[in-house]
Design a protein around this ligand. Structure first.
Ligand code: PLP
Length: 458
């Protein structure tokens, strides 16, 4: 075989450095440092090209829920690829495997979320949800009811529309363009950084009042949907005040505003449930977007679950077309992997493990709040973070140049632990297979890394 010239003196590191464009890359840092090249994974561990082992407390990107290196996942992939690698899913064709997964998801989903629209990942699931808002209200004779209400500190994906709807600090670089018409952003339910004079309950009241005021100002006839991650993930592991989501849902119901739960991160066990909206927060969404843990990251797949009520409106009269979809919607190989993934979660009671070990993780991680640099430790089950501050009392942040979360992650990495730096946070979302012993390692190593970085800062 002729080896292309480009490969003769190259290593994966140089090939990546010289040719790859990564999502969310900082060009300067990439030029200087390149990438960490990983070559193998097993359970919660990954190995780099030099053979160094790391405990991956990030879970890939919130997604390696059943853990890496499962032979039966690979086998499910291979079997389906041999049996039927692809089928067109448009209009009225499907595969037996895709149909089985649709039924399984309808069975696992809460309430009457019995309809499944398959997508290629989280962004395309959320994008479809947002477009379905307009579709649904149009069918009901309210074509102007298209406005979408989202929150600050939200992330809903990286398509043009989903990135316009999401809004995290610092994401909106001026080089890109965003849609703003018909998109509204409310305050984030960021309890730790609420106005100092408010109690949790008062803060919640204020957030609900802000939503009501927006509806009064813009008109309920122009607002079609509200989208929320039950716990804001990459916006900062923001667990809302008690009762907040239920009350936002009540407001939505009163104004025929569809409630979209973006459960791309919170579903498939991360909080110990198949879906967190109902089981953790008591909210019955009109639509749930899921991805990531649906296949544990082994292959790309997303899904939008729709209520029977929405389906009935869209399908009424039998004359309309739902003109949206993707070549890889309902991909049989992805669906086979998702079915195997769910089977493993059921067989090994991984949701139970996530709930039990997650509760232990919460307790152990809370110990780090004694460290001078740690302002807040928060999250639930296997979705946790520490937030660094310059001053615990005022909650003032360190200057951006301090770069403390990146330094903490780098220091932890040198000790064999991967945690994700995100603004002033270090975030963890490990595989659901994590043990209490592994939690001890994560907490102790992270604690040491924070202490070392603190020493360097002074
Ligand atoms: N929604 C949430 C809450 C996410 O965290 C993400 C990705 O991290 C997405 C949507 C987008 O998913 P994807 O990257 O699969 O398109």
């Amino acid at each position: 075989m002729n080896v292309p010239q480009i490969l003769t003196n190259a290593t994966p590191w140089t090939l990546d450095h010289d040719h790859a464009v990564h999502p969310w890359v900082n060009f300067g840092a990439f030029e200087r440092d390149g990438s960490l090249v990983l070559t193998r994974g097993e359970g919660c561990h990954v190995w780099d090209a030099a053979g160094t082992r790391y405990f991956d407390a990030i879970g890939g990107m919130w997604c390696t829920n059943v853990g890496l290196g499962r032979a039966e996942m690979a086998q499910a992939m291979a079997d389906q690829a041999m049996k039927l690698a692809y089928t067109n899913y448009f209009c009225d064709v499907t595969s037996d495997t895709t149909a089985l997964l649709a039924g399984k998801l309808a069975a696992l989903a809460p309430g009457d979320l019995n309809r499944v629209f398959f997508t290629t990942g989280g962004s395309t699931a959320v994008e479809t949800a947002i477009r379905t808002v307009a579709y649904y209200h149009h069918c009901k004779g309210n074509p102007q009811k298209t406005g979408i209400v989202a929150r600050e500190n939200s992330y809903h994906g990286s398509t043009y529309l989903t990135q316009s709807v999401g809004k995290r600090n610092g994401d909106r670089v001026e080089e890109f363009r965003y849609q703003s018409e018909g998109i509204y952003h409310l305050s984030s339910p960021y309890l730790y950084r609420r106005p100092a004079h408010l109690t949790e309950a008062q803060f919640c009241d204020q957030l609900i009042a802000e939503f009501e005021a927006l509806i009064a100002r813009e008109g309920a006839d122009r607002i079609g949907g509200f989208i929320a991650e039950p716990i804001q993930a990459s916006g900062g592991i923001i667990v809302p005040p008690a009762g907040y989501l239920q009350r936002m849902w009540e407001v939505c119901q009163r104004h025929d505003i569809l409630f979209i739960a973006d459960e791309v991160v919170t579903s498939f066990g991360r909080l110990g449930h198949w879906f967190a909206s109902w089981d953790e927060f008591g909210v019955m969404p009109d639509m749930i977007a899921t991805a990531k843990g649906l296949t544990s990251g082994y292959v790309p797949l997303g899904a939008l679950l729709l209520s029977d009520r929405i389906w009935a409106v869209m399908a009424e009269g039998g004359q309309r077309w739902f003109t949206t979809g993707f070549t890889y919607s309902g991909h049989p190989v992805s669906c086979a992997v998702a079915l195997k993934n769910i089977e493993i979660m059921e067989r090994e009671d991984l949701l139970g493990n996530a709930a039990r070990v997650g509760a232990y993780f919460e307790t152990r991680l809370a110990e780090l709040s004694a460290l001078p640099l740690v302002g807040d430790v928060r999250g639930r089950k296997l979705m946790l973070c520490v937030e660094s501050v310059a001053d615990k009392e005022s909650k003032a942040l360190l200057p951006d140049e301090a770069n403390e979360s990146k330094r903490i992650s780098a220091t932890a990495e040198a000790m064999g632990l991967m945690v994700r730096p995100l603004g002033h946070l270090n975030v963890m979302s490990p595989a659901l297979t994590i043990t209490e012993g592994q939690v001890d390692f994560v907490v102790e190593t992270l604690g040491k890394a924070i202490a070392r970085v603190t020493d360097d800062l002074v």
